[in-house]
Structure formats: structure tokens, C-alpha cells
Design a protein around this ligand. Structure first.
Ligand SMILES: Cc1cc2nc3c(=O)[nH]c(=O)nc-3n(C[C@H](O)[C@H](O)[C@H](O)COP(=O)(O)OP(=O)(O)OC[C@H]3O[C@@H](n4cnc5c(N)ncnc54)[C@H](O)[C@@H]3O)c2cc1C
Length: 233
């Protein structure tokens, strides 16, 4: 899995700080933005307070954009359920899946027999996919028209690439759900990698971020699903 930060909003701390200040100030946010009297350290302190107070709407003004590759379609199907985000995903219509790559779950990877079974199926799928393109070609159906039908055979394991943008408020929400041990392993891995980048780039907002329990101090998931890092509610 490769997770690369493409871009984040410039002057992130100042943008959040000024947005907060505008709520209570007679001054114009445009002037406050240029006011160098308030040090960045002071602004960061203020932003930390905002985050811990739960007054999160000013965090929506700052966004992060990530490029992600080496993940399964099973992962991206879960990822795109997060509606307060923007996505651009590699298309299985426009990009032919010749020699498609796939993700092997670690539990299957470490069981030799299971891994062989898994890989055997991937070979069969690849063969069928290629054969279908050939057969559709005989009916003069080619290019994206053929790809869009042949892809029905492709597995959730198929590797994909996606670009995702989320604002800081949505990222905090995403981490609460997807860094939790209850989340599926692959999307949890992705969430943890994204969190690592966010903490490095914007610690005032993300230093305390993570699964819900980190902020709550208890686990809301119930006995069956709790990892027991924190006591149950
Ligand atoms: C461990 C786990 C297991 C899951 N299992 C399943 C499953 O079995 N089946 C399944 O279908 N899904 C499942 N999901 C997905 C889950 O139900 C959510 O669709 C997904 O986590 C996106 O979360 P969200 O809707 O809170 O977030 P987002 O879409 O990112 O939205 C963020 C927040 O904005 C607000 N919001 C967004 N849209 C609306 C709206 N239309 N109306 C009102 N408020 C809105 C809500 O407060 C929401 O929490 C699972 C998720 C997790 C973490």
C-alpha cells in the first residue's frame, strides 16, 4: 500500500485560526489573516483548544489530498462510503485489467494452502476476463464497451488506485471509525498511514486523533468487538 500526500491547504493553522476569530471579532477576517502580531505558536494553541472543545466547523476550511495505490477494490468500496470527501478512482472501463494485480489478505498469505487456492482463482479470473474481451471483440465490441462488461468477472481483491480529499473535520471522523480495531484490516492500515501523515503535517489538529476510544477514554463497541485497550462503556 502506497499513500502519498499530494497537497494540503496552505497556511492551514492561520486559516482555521482566522475562521474561528471571525465568529467573535468585529474585525474583518481578511485583515486578521494579515495581522502578524499573533504568532503561529499562539494560533496553534488556540486551534488545539478549538479541537478539544469539539467546535469543529472551522476545521472544514482545511483539506488534505492523498494519492493511494496498492489497495483492493474491497477497501475502496468501504472508503467511498465516507460522503464528506471527494474521490477520483482508476476506472475499470477506461483501463483494461490485463494482468491485473491483486491484494492477498495477510491471513490467507500466511497459510500456504489457502494462498495457493486464492492465487489459482486469480489466474482463472484473468483467463476468463481475457477470453471475454476476445469473444466480445468477435461481436465488434471493444475498448471501454468490452472492458465495462468483462470487469464483472473481476474480484474485490483487484488492485486499484484512488485520489481522495477530505477536510480536517471529516478526517477526524474517518480516523475515529477506521483506526478502530473493529474496522477491517486493510482500511485500518490505510487510516493509520493517513493519520501518521496528518499528525506530522498538522499536529495541532491531529496529535490526539485516532479511534473513538482515544478521545472518549472508553470503548463504545461492546464486549464482542472491543479490543479491550480501554474499558467498556
Ligand atoms: C466497523 C465498521 C463496520 C461497518 N459495517 C457496515 C455494514 O455491515 N454495512 C454497511 O452498509 N456499512 C457498514 N459500515 C459503513 C458505515 O455504516 C458508514 O457508511 C461509513 O462508516 C461512513 O460513515 P459515516 O456515514 O458516519 O460518515 P460520512 O459519510 O463520512 O459522513 C460524516 C458524518 O456526516 C454526517 N452525514 C453525512 N451524510 C449524512 C446524511 N445524508 N444525513 C445526515 N447526516 C449525514 C453524519 O454525521 C456522518 O457521521 C461499517 C463501518 C465500520 C467503521
Amino acid at each position: 500500500m502506497n499513500v502519498k500526500l499530494l497537497e494540503m491547504s496552505q497556511n492551514a493553522i492561520t486559516v482555521i485560526y482566522v475562521a474561528c476569530r471571525q465568529c467573535y471579532s468585529e474585525k474583518f477576517a481578511g485583515d486578521v489573516f494579515l495581522d502578524s502580531a499573533i504568532s503561529l505558536a499562539k494560533q496553534e494553541e488556540f486551534v488545539k483548544k478549538i479541537v478539544s472543545s469539539g467546535h469543529q466547523s472551522p476545521l472544514e476550511h482545511v483539506k488534505f489530498t492523498f494519492a493511494i495505490q496498492g489497495v483492493s477494490r474491497a477497501l475502496t468500496h468501504q472508503l467511498v462510503r465516507h460522503r464528506i470527501a471527494s474521490f477520483s478512482q482508476q476506472s475499470q472501463r477506461y483501463v483494461k485489467e490485463k494482468d491485473f494485480d491483486y491484494i492477498i489478505p495477510p491471513a490467507i498469505e500466511k497459510n500456504l494452502e489457502a494462498k495457493n487456492e486464492f492465487e489459482k482463482l486469480m489466474v482463472v479470473i484473468q483467463q476468463s476476463y481475457t477470453k471475454l474481451l476476445e469473444l466480445l471483440g468477435q461481436d465488434n465490441i471493444s475498448g471501454e464497451m468490452a472492458n465495462q462488461d468483462a470487469r464483472f468477472t473481476l474480484p474485490q481483491a483487484a488492485e486499484t488506485k484512488i485520489v481522495v480529499s477530505m477536510n480536517c473535520r471529516e478526517l477526524l471522523h474517518f480516523f475515529q471509525h477506521r483506526c478502530c480495531s473493529r474496522a477491517q484490516w486493510e482500511i485500518r492500515q490505510l487510516a493509520n498511514k493517513m493519520l501518521e501523515i496528518c499528525v506530522e503535517k498538522l499536529p495541532a489538529v491531529f496529535a490526539e486523533a485516532g479511534a473513538k476510544c482515544e478521545a472518549l477514554g472508553y470503548c463504545p463497541e461492546g464486549e464482542k468487538f472491543s479490543c479491550k485497550k480501554y474499558p467498556l462503556k
